[in-house]
Design a protein around this ligand. Sequence first.
Ligand code: C2O
Ligand code: CU
Ligand code: CU
Length: 510
Amino acid sequence: MILSKFVDELPIPPILKPRWKDQFYTYYEVNMTEFKQSLHSELNDTTVWGYEGSYPGPTIEVESGEKVFIKWINNLPDKHLLPVDYTVHGAHVDVPEVRTVVHVHGASVEWESDGYPEAWFTKGFKQVGPYFRKEIYRYDNYNRACTLWYHDHALGITRLNVYAGLAGFYLIRDLWERSLNLPSGKYEIPLMIQDKTFNKDGSLYYPKQPEKPVPELETSIVPEFIGDTILVNGKVWPYLKVEPRKYRFRLLNASNTRFYRLKLDSGQLFYQIGTDGGLMEYPIGVKEIMLAPAERADVIVDFTNLEGKNIIMTNDAPAPFPTGDPTDEDTGTVMQFRVALPLSSVDTSVIPAYLTTFPKIKEQSASKIRYLTLNDNMDKYGREFMLLDNKQWDAPITENPKLGSTEIWYLINLTTDSHPIHIHLIDFQILDRRDFDVEKFNKERIIHYTGPAIPPEPQERGWKDTVRANPNQVTRIIMKFGPYTGLYVWHCHILEHEDYEMMRPYIVIR
Ligand code: C2O
Ligand code: CU
Ligand code: CU
């Protein structure tokens, strides 16, 4: 089905209103429901899942340090919208089919409120997972200003819940950021990029089986999901009318598997000002922005003097990345900017030469080094699946950093895919990436480097919570664990991988 491009205007998710707010704390309630929404004007309305009747969910805006409580309420039907595979971890027939648990991605949160995959709950909290601790989550928002997002994280069905629509932005603001005079108000726009495939009747398509079907199973997880249609903020190939001035865009890849390498067809630069965890030291002008699932980039685009121009944001990242199919005219198109609005007032916002400082975590400060492989495996149905450190989700916990300690993790990728590795609770810094001999490692379990250590790309030189671990490379990251102790997870953010064993619990101990 071919849908026309740039016929619908980009929706901007509403800002969520608190139920209560005083000088001490803020309280929100967020309902998850099923409803119909128009994702493209040539398409019948699509049944989706969303928060507060909206897909993407409403944007939650908080101040750094604000105490926020949120009651996430499951009001979804008992039957899943999409085909469930009952053979993957945590999704067996003995648990309710529709389970939800919300995680604020990138936030520093006590573990009981972090959305542990087995802390799921059903409608009305009738049934809850073994790690469920509380109905009302608490967020202390210790992070500096940054672009976070919230999404579902229920064990074994995260890919389906997020694909159905359970994702939204969570922005933390602070005084320092405000003092920089970045484009703000209607000139600051979050862009959630996702890929989907539609059935003719407008419903969401999600495969029941991989390309090589598993005859024993009616429904089987796919090794990756690659959609043929690109959506931004829940609209297919939208356009946005802009004024000839600077805009700030918070780019988020909220796709299941697809990576994006974004460019502007005008040849213009993106001025990147922030990474996953907030502002970088100084802006960098870049022609392209690479985003793996869950990665964010905070950018400024300057449309000054471009009156009347139409600018297309394109994508040329192969899917799966990096060895998959190249993009075509459809998957290579993301959205259009139309410089069609008159300048409503003089643009006094700036792209500051200096943004912020933060300490570079020193390698010498690390008290522990962990060598962690990313590897392939095969299940009893002959399906390939991926593991972290060669261990399944249910294996005993092996990553147990001490509160306040600094560690270096060597992510040793033995697979042929790039995996976006995400660690809950903390932000890390990327030290370097380095080619190594995979065959030798498989035989002798030693890392034999075949190239020099490559420093992170300029776009990655900031706080990160998700890092691309490329094939045939060792990616090194460094982080300090805290300020909470407790049970968290780290995982690949390709949701089809995360749901099928490429996720591990970890614990911060005292
Ligand atoms: Cu964005 Cu553990 O997730
Ligand atoms: Cu997270
Ligand atoms: Cu992966």
